[in-house]
Design a binder for this molecule. Structure first.
Ligand SMILES: [Mg+2]
Length: 228
């Protein structure tokens, strides 16, 4: 199975775990959070983040819409925090602090692939369940259309199709001319399939029924890499 790049006019990327090594980032953040908990004698941050992630993951499994108020409220109730306190912890530890580590976690070949796609005239879209603009800047990447699950009018988690449908409409291509590149079959793969787009899943091992790739310097991408 190989990819027919001539049939691809728009490429949509997931961010976390697709453009950068999520495990490396998670490790560094876990170290920082632990250090914070020890120094400030504050275990609340750990409890809030763990619960927030678990509820968010469950909402993704349900392809939830209008998820954010419920996510904050449920995390707050489960950890005996105010919604404002939860929002502050999420914004600090999930959105702001990881930015400084991102560049060191960027996967090899991403920058070249973005340049190649741009050179070949294919617009680049981003579809992320977490805020993506600041992360892209930290990674030194630019995209033509960036959609985050919490954006007004989107407010849905993958694999809900709303975000991808919005991107495809914004670019004005057909769903089957769109390629979604992600790291999770149950999110990125499924959203592509629901909308009628193609999917390419980053994975070191093959996954039955899905086209996968291990690295961005894979031969698969050669046809769209920038000529120097
Ligand atoms: Mg991902």
């Amino acid at each position: 199975m190989s990819l027919d790049w001539d049939a691809v006019r728009f490429v949509v990327f997931d961010v976390d775990g697709t453009l950068y090594r999520q495990r490396r980032l998670r490790f560094r953040m876990a170290r920082d959070i632990l250090l914070h908990a020890l120094l400030k004698r504050d275990l609340n941050v750990i409890a809030v983040l763990a619960r927030y992630r678990r509820i968010r993951e469950r909402m993704g499994d349900e392809a939830a819409i209008d998820f954010e108020p419920a996510l904050i409220a449920q995390t707050a109730a489960a950890t005996a925090n105010s919604p404002d306190a939860v929002r502050a912890i999420v914004s600090e530890w999930i959105e702001r602090r990881p930015l400084g580590y991102l560049a060191a976690c960027l996967y090899p070949g991403v920058t070249q692939l973005f340049a190649g796609l741009r050179q070949s005239g294919r617009p680049i879209g981003i579809l992320s369940d977490y805020p993506a603009q600041a992360k892209l800047e930290a990674l030194g990447l630019t995209a033509d259309h960036v959609v985050f699950a919490g954006d007004e009018g989107i407010e849905s988690l993958k694999p809900h199709p709303r975000g991808l449908e919005f991107l495809i409409a914004a670019v004005g291509v057909k769903p089957h001319q769109t390629l979604v590149i992600g790291d999770r079959v149950d999110r990125d793969g499924l959203v592509a399939r629901r909308v009628g787009a193609q999917a390419l899943i980053r994975s070191s091992s093959s996954i039955d029924g899905w086209q996968t790739f291990a690295r961005f310097d894979d031969a698969l991408f050669l046809p769209v890499l920038a000529r120097s």
